[in-house]
Structures are given as C-alpha cells and as structure tokens.
Design a protein around this ligand. Structure first.
Ligand code: SF4
Length: 379
C-alpha cells in the first residue's frame, strides 16, 4: 500500500528555529499552488492502492477546508484509496476555528496533528510561535467537539532556558489533554537559525547536554504511566493509534510525495521534487520535469536503510527477516561491531537471537549505534 504525502509550504510567520521548506502565506500564490498540486496528482495517478494521506508543511491548516477536500478527492480519483484510509492534517493551533475544524472533518481528514511545541507561554514566545498555551488547549477541545477521534500533539524539548521541571510541566499538560498520539522532539538548531542570534542577544542559554537525556527519560516514564505505548524513538500512542503513514518511512514502505520539495520512494527509486514554490508551479504548468534529485537505491543501500530505520522502532528489527530478504547473515556481519553496546554496564542494546532493539537509554544514542550499519562491515 502506498502512502501519499502532500506538501503545503505556507506559514503565517516563520518560526526562528525552522529549517523546513516553507515561506510566508501569500493568498495569490496559494491560488496558483493548489491547482498545480491537483495537476501533479492527476499526472502521477495510476490507480495503485494507497491507505494513507499526510498533509505536511509548512502549515497545511492554512488551506481552506474546500481546498483540502479537493485535494483528497483528486487523490481518491487517481489512486485506489482504502475505505479506512488514515488522512492526517498537520495544523497549528492559531489557524483553527470550530467551523474550519468541522470543514476539515467533512473534507475527509481523519487525523489531526497539532504543532503545540510547549505548554508554557514563555517558551512559546522564545520560539516565536504565534499561539499561547491556552490557545493550544482550546484547539484540542475544539477538535474533540468537532468530532476528531484521532488527535496527535507535538512537543519540543531542550529549549533555550528550559529546565527539566519546566519541560515536565508541558509533558504533564499534554497528558492532561489526553491526545491519542504524541511526538516529542529535541530542538535542533541549524547553523544560521535566527534563534541563535536571538539567544546570544538575549543571553539565553541552551539547557545543559545532560538535561536532554533527563528530559527524554522523564517524559517517556510519565507517558508510560499514563498508558501510552512508545513505538518509535520520538513517538508514543494509545493502542492502535500509531501513525500508519509515518510507519511507512520506518518499515521500507513506499510513498509518493506531491508539492514543492516533496520526497518519494517507489520501486527502489528515491526522488525529490523541485523545492521552490514558484519553480514547482512553473514546472507543472509546462508539464516539465519536477524531479531534481533521483537515485536508484542499491541492494546495499536498501539493507542499510532497513536496519537503520527499523532500529528506530521500539520493537526493533528481526535480523532473520531482513537477512533473508537481502541474503545476508546480519549478525555475522555487524555483530562484532554491535557487541560493545551490549557489554556489561552498557544497557543500550538487546539481542535475543533474532530481534535486535535499542533500550530506552540506547535510544538516546541511536545515531551512534546505528552508524555501525553504514560503517564498512567487519571481516
Ligand atoms: S509553523 Fe512549522 S513549518 Fe511553519 S515556520 Fe513554524 S516550524 Fe516552520
């Protein structure tokens, strides 16, 4: 089953830490972008089976419900979408109203994912977010009242000036809102992020390195106690509410991305659409080539990626399954390099003879550990 991703590159303001492919909302540009998206979908449509749609951005909730509805309808016309397809819309709390939320639900959205980031106003202000904690709480209530039964909330940790206790306040606030799913990310500052400049001007410091681990572990313990199950390094959910779309990225699924800068992976080929919004609209209008990067994934790349991404999952990876698929004895090839993470006192990695998985402490060092799979194999 394919996943279908739709990129909406518009935001009401640009957050000072954001490195995504987005620009300021421009109604005239949007008027030309949505028809281009519809054209691209029609061109790519081949009737293949699909079971997820994901509107990401940017801020997809800046589109009108009728525009979201038109895109979903075009995807339904162009692909064989299952009746129970998961249709996610990323939304910012300040962009929704009860009417708009009802409109999104009627348009076919089944899952709402709010970028909350923090439930403390001082932190939201430092991140230049447009909403307050009260607005985020209200937006959750409005989504429930509109009839959304699958709601996800995002939080970010390790923010400037944030203490572990303050972070825990946001986590407890999130739990009190009873979402079906939550994603917790560590703030990563790219080299020229405007937030860096603001931090030095305002003399805000990043929390100490050790706090990131304490924040992560404290949040996961609280979410465990509240009945959430961790299924991926950064994601927890109520039973049956894991993100079906995002799971495709971690389990060698196939997906098609529509819109500027969208990535796709299908039949062992990965590509990316042209990034600029105007360039994208022009390329669609001229029936030109949208792909700016394309590469065939070799068997070795596919093997590394299968191990790399599946290790992000709490259930880990069955080495027998992956090994049989690629004709490789994975433990023989990588076991000697992995052993050091299992040695006495490490408690980072568990291997039961088939399944290899990270412990929660191991998840904090996931990048270092999974790098083993892209190092030259030990002989
Ligand atoms: S709302 Fe999201 S996509 Fe838009 S600028 Fe802020 S972080 Fe980036």
């Amino acid at each position: 089953m394919l996943g279908l991703y739709v990129h909406i590159p518009f935001c009401s303001a640009i957050c000072n830490y954001c490195n995504f492919n987005r620009g300021l909302f421009d109604p005239a540009l949007k008027q030309r972008y949505v028809p281009a998206l519809l054209d691209e979908i029609t061109r790519a449509g081949d009737g293949s089976a699909a079971d997820t749609i994901f509107f990401g951005g940017g801020t997809p909730s800046l589109l009108e419900p009728a525009e979201i509805g038109a895109i979903i309808a075009r995807l339904r016309d162009s692909f064989a979408l299952t009746a129970d397809a998961e249709v996610t819309l990323e939304a910012n709390p300040e962009t929704v109203t009860p009417e708009r939320l009802s409109g999104f639900l009627e348009a076919g959205v089944t899952r709402l994912s709010y970028g909350v980031q923090s439930l403390r106003d001082a932190e939201l202000g430092r991140l230049s977010r447009l909403h307050s904690a009260a607005r985020a709480r209200l937006a959750v209530g409005e989504a429930r009242a509109a009839g959304f039964t699958n709601l996800s909330l995002d939080l970010m940790m390790w923010l400037p000036e944030q203490t572990v206790a303050q972070w825990v306040e946001s986590v407890d606030g999130l739990i009190a809102l009873e979402p079906d799913h939550a994603s917790l990310y560590i703030l990563e500052l790219y080299p020229n992020a405007p937030l860096r400049e603001t931090m030095s001007r305002s003399r805000w410091s990043l929390a100490p390195d050790d706090d990131a681990a304490d924040m992560y572990l404290a949040a996961m313990e609280r979410l465990d106690r509240a009945g959430y199950g961790q299924y991926e390094i950064s994601n927890v959910s109520r039973p049956g509410r894991a993100s079906r779309h995002n799971l495709k990225y971690w389990t060698e699924g196939e997906w098609l991305g529509f819109g500027c800068g969208a990535h796709s992976t299908r039949h062992g080929v990965r590509w990316k659409n042209v990034s600029g919004t105007e360039d994208y609209i022009a390329a669609v209008a001229q029936q030109g080539r949208l792909r700016v990067e394309e590469r065939v994934l070799s068997a070795q790349m596919q093997l590394e990626e299968a191990l790399f991404t599946r290790m992000r999952l709490a259930e880990g990876v069955s080495l027998a399954d992956v090994g049989n698929r690629f004709g490789v004895d994975i433990w023989a090839r990588y076991g000697p390099s992995l052993q050091r993470f299992m040695d006495a006192g490490m408690d980072l990695l568990i291997y039961d003879g088939d399944r290899l998985r990270l412990t929660r402490s191991g998840m904090l060092l996931a990048n270092e550990i999974v790098a083993v799979f892209i190092e030259p194999p030990m002989r």
